[in-house]
Design a binder for this molecule. Sequence first.
Ligand code: ADP
Ligand code: MG
Length: 398
Amino acid sequence: MRKKTIDDIQVTNKRVLIRVDYNVPLENGKVANDLRIRKSLPTIKKLLSDSNALVLMSHLGRPGGKVDPKLSLAPVAKHLSKLLGQEVKFVNDCVGDDVNKAVDSLKPGEVMLLENVRFYPGEKKNSDDFAKKLARHGEVFVNDAFSVCHRAHASVVGVPKFLRPAVAGYLLQSEIKHLGMFLDDPARPFVAVIGGAKVSTKIGVFKNLLPRVDKILVGGGMSFTFFSAWGLEVGKSLVEENSFQTATEIFNLSEELGGRMLLPVDILVAKELDPNSPVKTVPYDHIPKNWIGVDIGQATIQLYTDEILKAKSVFMNGPMGIFEIKPFSEGTRAILEAMAEVASKGNVAVVGGGDSAAAAYELGFADMMTHISTGGGASLEFMEGKELPGISVLDDAD
Ligand code: ADP
Ligand code: MG
């Protein structure tokens, strides 16, 4: 899966079309969280310093293939101007004569952001005609939007059909490097922490990682589907009744591999999903009726922390509890803290998944990790071992 990057091709004095992910939250016409924009800066700055003219394209929200002024990228252009300290030109469309003229008049060192590509149905339909109209904006295509690489959309996989070279930007390169490492040749012991709400969304990850890991530590809502499948009482905890078979299969696979999977040994249960709810810690097989499992317990935290601290590489996907409610965030916090310690020793600690990344930022561990993936769905599919169409389509490295 070695792909060419902007460092592999000499790009100077060219018009470069870059697919970025500026799908950022807006509030009152302003960018409310600019993480995704900041993540695109290294690629933009490098290409600008080599005297290129840059045409940026992105989607924002789900306008459903038609113009929705609330989902205009205009506020993003403004914000990017501030971050770059130079004007970012904005055109209120992404294809057509007016846009072509504006794009053709761009000079080296200038930056332009096109309007939301999802204002056209051709984006999601991956229409060749639409892709061709986008592709004419550049002489080189750079994909720096890992989070959409699992989508066969026109601006991701269509454009490179008509525009070469097609290479990875620094953000995409970094994602491939840090996630790919776990699948290629992870430093051992390799520990994966898998949590989150539902086991059904993580089956592929379990199946791909179980044969590769030394340990998988399981937490979060999905634990109760495993317990329930064994016939244990789980009170009012989250259970996916139609995933019992899957849970059993995953557990059996782990047993065949020598018992790589650990499940929580104790659970923090609450009466209600409320920060002021009474709580108590109970053994995994003594969850009282009418209580809800909301986090892993202290003994599990100890057990999992010990495993993580022995590891040379750790991948986490999925929180250990309902971390959005503060008293239920201890398990997730403890895991992230242990991972931060792993990273501080020069070993590898990577967080993937939308909610897990949010937890890492909210709980204050983001800067301490080796890497936090910017892809939710994309990082899951990557860890499932699936080929991401947006990556496959790029030029292979020599
Ligand atoms: P990610 O986006 O990192 O892949 P998921 O989407 O799989 O993670 O799961 C995140 C969600 O799982 C969070 O919203 C969290 O509240 C929920 N969750 C974690 N533990 C539990 C639990 N015990 N019961 C119900 N939901 C849980
Ligand atoms: Mg999620």
